[in-house]
Design a protein around this ligand. Sequence first.
Ligand code: GDP
Length: 205
Amino acid sequence: MRIKTARFIISNSEVKKCPQSPLPEYAFIGRSNVGKSSLINSLCNQKSLAKTSSRPGKTQLINHFLINENWHLVDLPGYGYARVSKAKKKVFQSFITNYFRERKQLISAFVLIDIRHQPQEIDLKFIEWLGNNEIPFALVFTKADKLKPQAATRNLEQYKEEMLATLWESLPPIFVTSSLKGTGGDALLAYIDELNQLFRESSKF
Ligand code: GDP
């Protein structure tokens, strides 16, 4: 799938104000500065659809974008950034957890992880929370261009081992991307396309 059109629809902090449309949607989330805006812009072939900012933690809203007129991409606030106020810092803000619990249109979350780092507790906690709440997700490693292939593979393996050693019986789909080089996006979009087709078959559109 190629993204031909991508258009901003609405930003808000309440799940009940999200678009009422039954279109399938996919939510992108990760720690602040993980490269989420860059990835969204790269997937959509646009320079500034999602805001890339030098001040992490700035996008504190649920942002809906309509893609190819037939699915929603959702840009969620980055979690775990230390400079936001204490109340905001509450690791996973309730409007985010409400979004995941209540949003029936959500087909899959994409949890973004900076490939340069060892598994971080906050990311592991978040994916554990998704698992406990039976929310489907895939892992998207970002900034792959910043490591040599060998180091990238090592970090990836470490992540898989960490997951399998804890609560997980099997691994979720995993994508390795670089927004700078434009790699990994095609596989991610092909996966979304596949899920959209399954969704449409099951809901007899
Ligand atoms: P966000 O806070 O998760 O939306 O992160 P941004 O997209 O704003 O990116 C944070 C920083 O990482 C910026 O300085 C980006 O230029 C940089 N960045 C994002 N993606 C990549 C990537 O694939 N490769 C490299 N080398 N840098 C990246």
